[in-house]
Design a protein around this ligand. Sequence first.
Ligand SMILES: Cc1cc2nc3c(=O)[nH]c(=O)nc-3n(C[C@H](O)[C@H](O)[C@H](O)COP(=O)(O)OP(=O)(O)OC[C@H]3O[C@@H](n4cnc5c(N)ncnc54)[C@H](O)[C@@H]3O)c2cc1C
Length: 404
Amino acid sequence: MRNKNGDRPSAIVVGGGPAGLTAAITLAVAGLATALVGKRPAHPDNRTTALFAGSVTALETLGVWELCAAHASPLKIMRIVDDTGRLWRAPEVKFDADEIDLDAFGYNIENRHLIAALEQRAGALANLRMTDDEVRSVTPGDEAVTLTLKSGGKLSAPLVIAADGRRSLCREAAGIAVNERDYKQAALTVCLTHTRPHRDTSTEFHTPSGPFTLVPLPGLRSSLVWVLDPAQADIIKDLNDAELAAEIERASHSILGKIKVEAGRGVFPLSVATAKRFGDKRIALVGEAAHVIPPIGAQGLNLGLRDAAGIGELAIAAHRDGGDLGGGDVLDAYEKMRRADVGTRTLAIDLLNRTLLTDFLPVQSLRGLGLYMIDRIGPLRRAVMREGVAPAAAQPRLMRGEAL
Ligand SMILES: Cc1cc2nc3c(=O)[nH]c(=O)nc-3n(C[C@H](O)[C@H](O)[C@H](O)COP(=O)(O)OP(=O)(O)OC[C@H]3O[C@@H](n4cnc5c(N)ncnc54)[C@H](O)[C@@H]3O)c2cc1C
């Protein structure tokens, strides 16, 4: 199977979600013959993604952002409100992008618009071949990995980028194990229209079942991620529109006025998972194939885009040096580049979530104290804001706006 310009691929990306599309565009923009094989997801994705500044810069550099920017809303203020009703409650913490000299922490966009823009950009690249198909088997070899597709076709390349999501077939073929734990929580997602302006502010109410987060969309619209006990999520999901709107208005203390829910609801069981290695046997893992974290603090896809940019940077450099794109040197460098970023964020989000769920008073008070210190100590608050938006450690070059 060849690319549009007739070349055999230097790399194949498996999975046409946002991480896979970004990895494929990164390679193809730099001139590498690239193939992407992706099957359509079973359900439409009604979620939104808060993309931080580095992710937006990378998408600008790849020529994607201009195709979807009109659908995105800036995130200028982020509030955390303790709504646990517990004895030891944390103070409200407000992060303002102004404090760290940014116009906005990032932008919130519906996944359907982000994916449409990525697909449009990918479709315009002559050396990127996109195939709507399912990978049925993955066979690593000494020189290349061979994929067998549902349609019966075969494809091989020295590097496979696995962006095939949390149940990654490619990861299994590479023999990479995962540290995984299910939470007894599910996230209900829905988009809303409302009568009061959101003022570019995202508000995260911390409740005993998990966060209830309102994130701005353009105009008088917002998205909601409501983390609940799974049984409760199922009940709330099945409410009619008027009942659901009333529940949301109550839980949000009417900060956005009268609510109307839009069509399309999703329920996502939550878990945390990290692959023990991010690459082996010529297969590099990106996005949720490499790590899954709960939707708190909007970190998941921001990490996934840094993975895509990171493996892209290393593979492009190897290609230009006449090296082996999927060889041990590239995969070891990728592991080194990504481990700390993924590890620290997974740990922080996991801890924050667990301290929210605990009934153990000393832990609740410690959490309250932590948030109190963040609220009161300016340099600490600014450090938390900077780290939340971008890792202190070196970021992939695309996140700094450098073309590869
Ligand atoms: C409620 C919720 C809210 C979130 N909000 C945010 C946020 O605000 N900010 C943020 O950064 N992150 C957020 N995230 C995380 C973010 O949604 C994920 O990190 C992101 O969707 C993962 O993208 P991906 O491309 O890695 O995987 P997916 O989107 O799962 O894509 C995988 C793709 O691979 C395809 N595939 C699978 N197997 C095969 C195969 N064998 N052959 C071919 N194709 C295959 C699938 O069909 C799919 O299209 C949120 C997550 C949840 C649950």
